[in-house]
Design a protein around this ligand. Structure first.
Ligand SMILES: Cc1ncc(C[n+]2csc(CCOP(=O)(O)OP(=O)(O)O)c2C)c(N)n1
Length: 679
């Protein structure tokens, strides 16, 4: 086919657009892997957005008041890389040539933190969609909190491109529904309606009316009939910007592999190189020289200078505004700066409550509520909530309002029953910055949000999760609600710190560790059932938690014959078992191990001090699948865990049936001592 877009577009625009297209084709061809078709289709939209609409500063990609852009269909990464390169970001043409190669800044899917201008890591479809919603929530919250009449220092939009796959994934429903509910008027999404996915035409599996769907969510919906029609697209963006109280969806009809004589509008254009011949034919159809590859004509090269100048001017204007704000509101400005930097206020740790046995027995989720509420007034950046379980996860900040459409500056969020959406939104909030987001649900439902938790870990975002109802200790709700394999599954995620505290003081330290962890997400794993406060006059202080594991109760005489390792609610069991073992002249050391990740990071000498290599009799006690514990108990050790699904009964009965009794621990420990004595 012969593209007719020359007739519609002024030449310099078309040259820039075709530069994006051909760079994508060439990079994918050179890498012999990648997705050329979607960048070819979306090039006009990206060009228009990056050069005319997006308020961004290519030389300062972290300018706080920039508009955010999310490429939710991360497989179209070359679209983003070419756009960033052409608009003057610190991304060279050589990097585009090294697309998908080891050590390049142009990986297969965009990775936040690696490439300047990449606002979030995308690729798992639907995640970016939810991230954008989180960014817009953070913006609305910070605008409400910090802006003052005549002084708007927070005022930016969030744009995203989303594909069929993004909209098919359930997370897009969850996030879009909440975005509509919250009236996120500064959210502008473009849906790439190209009718093609990997298996063929979308009609194979996707026939809903997307416009009606989003209208139903309360979004402002527009259509652009032709993705090459820049004037229509610009008008739609302008209308979306003018819409203040509803998120916008612009449904743009595009053609995957646009201009490719044999592959346009086919699934073949989606995820493999066009082929040398087809690249040549497509370039000919564009009126583009066949060689050299990676050609950037002067018209396209000139873009960078203009975009940099445009961005620098925008940023300078904002800086002047900020300076005036700082003069008028010095305290607020200082607070804003600290929030942006993710700094915790000096002395915040003094707000951590100290619990003693006199405080009685409470579930760790209940201790957590006390800690959260002690910290909330001090840590004003804490914003979060639960997926409709706040009364059970105990995550409400008392006295703080509900973050709703008409009160975006409040701090208690209500995610609705949308765990996956919550996970993606928390990531977006953390990426936006200025807030310290937390989200809560039952531990069992981490399975519903695991993809987002994994991405938080991959991006090393300081999200805090409060996961309660952490074991068969849930009781009567039964096996559907009783986590068994979730601890192992969460611990298997690199860069995620999992903390399962044993009592009130450890729960306070767990929050402390989570807040101090700026380099990745932290999951607090908390009980539903009550646990006693450990007598710290007889045991070690709870701040040992910061090292992941610590000697809670030393063996009599200091040389243990057996080590009892436990987390959370099972620590108390081990303390009781220790008493019995000691009575039987078996010196037993109890090691509280709330975080295997934190412990693994300690120097060998510390680890050996806690778990002396010479002591082979080691029993780990945890009401979960034993997977992962053998690293710590060794080949001679034993794990009292659970290798079946749970059961519906009062929790005391379940724990007894599953062997979580002092008797069992003592018996298993004795057997271990006997077995290892002969070694
Ligand atoms: C959660 C998830 N499932 C599956 C995939 C694999 N995948 C990559 S692109 C794609 C679908 C492509 O269709 P579409 O979203 O319409 O993108 P386009 O063909 O327009 O580029 C799939 C299934 C993925 N990246 N993420």
């Amino acid at each position: 086919m012969t593209p007719d877009n020359k007739a519609q577009l002024p030449d310099p625009d078309l040259i820039c657009i075709n530069t994006i297209r051909t760079l994508a084709m060439d990079a994918v061809q050179q890498a012999n892997a990648g997705h050329p078709g979607t960048p070819m289709a979306l090039a006009p939209l990206a060009y228009s957005l990056f050069t005319r609409h997006l308020r961004h500063s290519p030389r300062h990609p972290s300018w706080p008041d920039r508009d955010r852009f999310v490429l939710s269909c991360g497989h179209a990464s070359m679209l983003l890389y070419a756009s960033l390169f052409l608009t003057g970001y610190d991304l060279s043409l050589d990097e585009l040539r090294r697309f998908r190669q080891w050590g390049s800044r142009t990986p297969g899917h965009p990775e936040h933190g690696l490439t300047p201008g990449v606002e979030t890591t995308t690729g798992p479809l639907g995640q970016g969609f939810a991230n954008g919603v989180g960014m817009a929530i953070a913006e609305a919250h910070l605008a409400a909190r910090f802006n003052r009449p005549g002084h708007e220092i927070v005022n930016h939009r969030t744009y995203a491109f989303a594909s069929d796959g993004d909209l098919m994934e359930g997370i897009s429903h969850e996030a879009a529904s909440l975005a509509g509910h919250l009236h996120l008027g500064k959210l502008i999404y473009c849906y790439d309606d190209n009718g093609i996915t990997i298996e063929g035409h979308t009609s194979l599996a996707f026939s809903e009316d997307v416009a009606q769907r989003f209208a139903g969510y309360g979004w402002h919906v527009q259509r652009v009939a032709d993705g090459n029609d820049l004037a229509a697209f610009d008008a739609a963006i302008a209308a979306a910007q003018a819409e203040a109280s509803r998120p916008s969806l612009i449904i743009v009809r595009t053609h995957i592999g646009y201009g490719s004589p044999h592959k346009q509008d086919s699934a073949e254009a989606h995820g493999s190189p066009l082929g040398v011949e087809e690249v040549a034919l497509t370039k000919a159809a564009y009126g583009w020289p066949a060689s050299p590859p990676f050609l950037v004509p002067d018209e396209a090269r000139a873009l960078a200078g203009r975009c940099v100048a445009r961005g620098t001017a925008m940023e300078a204007e904002w800086s002047a505004r900020f300076a005036a704000y700082e003069k008028a509101y010095p305290d607020l400005a200082a607070e804003w700066r600290a929030a942006q930097a993710g700094e915790l206020p000096a002395g915040w740790e003094q707000a951590l409550p100290a619990f003693t046995p006199a405080d009685g027995s409470l579930a760790t989720r209940a201790w957590s509520q006390k800690v959260l509420n002690a910290l909330a007034p001090v840590l004003r950046t804490l914003v979060g909530g639960s997926a409709d379980l706040a009364p059970s996860t105990n995550t409400l900040m008392k006295g703080e309002g509900d973050l709703e459409a008409d009160s975006p500056g409040a701090r208690n969020m209500h995610f609705g029953i949308r765990e996956h959406g919550m996970g993606g939104i928390l990531n977006g909030m953390a990426l936006h910055g200025g807030v310290r987001p937390y989200g809560a649900t039952f531990f069992i439902f981490t399975d519903y949000m695991r993809p987002s938790v994994r991405l938080a870990a991959l991006m090393e975002l300081p999200v805090i999760y409060v996961f309660t109802h952490d074991s068969v200790g849930v009781g009567e709700d039964g096996p559907t609600h009783q986590p068994i394999e979730q601890l192992a599954a969460m611990r298997a995620i690199p860069h995620l710190t999992v903390i399962r505290p044993a009592d009130g003081p450890e729960t306070a330290q767990a929050w402390r560790a989570a807040l101090l962890n700026a380099k990745g997400p932290t999951a607090l794993v908390l009980t539903r059932q009550k646990v006693a406060v450990i007598d710290r006059t007889r045991c070690a202080p709870a701040d040992g938690l910061l090292r992941g594991a610590y000697v809670l109760a030393e063996a009599q005489g200091g040389t243990p014959r057996v080590l009892l390792l436990a987390t959370g609610s099972e620590v108390g069991l081990c303390l009781a078992a220790r008493e019995r073992l000691q009575g039987d002249h078996v010196p037993a050391r109890v090691v509280s191990m709330p975080s295997l990740e934190l412990f693994a990071r300690q120097p060998q000498a510390y680890r050996d001090a806690v778990l002396p290599p010479a002591v082979r009799a080691r029993l780990a006690v945890e009401a979960a699948v034993p997977f992962g514990w053998h690293r710590w108990v060794g080949t001679d050790g034993d794990v009292l865990g659970i290798e079946r699904f749970g059961a519906s009964a009062p929790y005391e009965k379940i724990l007894e049936e599953f062997g979580f009794t002092v008797d069992q621990v003592v018996q298993r420990a004795r057997a271990l001592v006997a077995r290892t004595a002969g070694h």
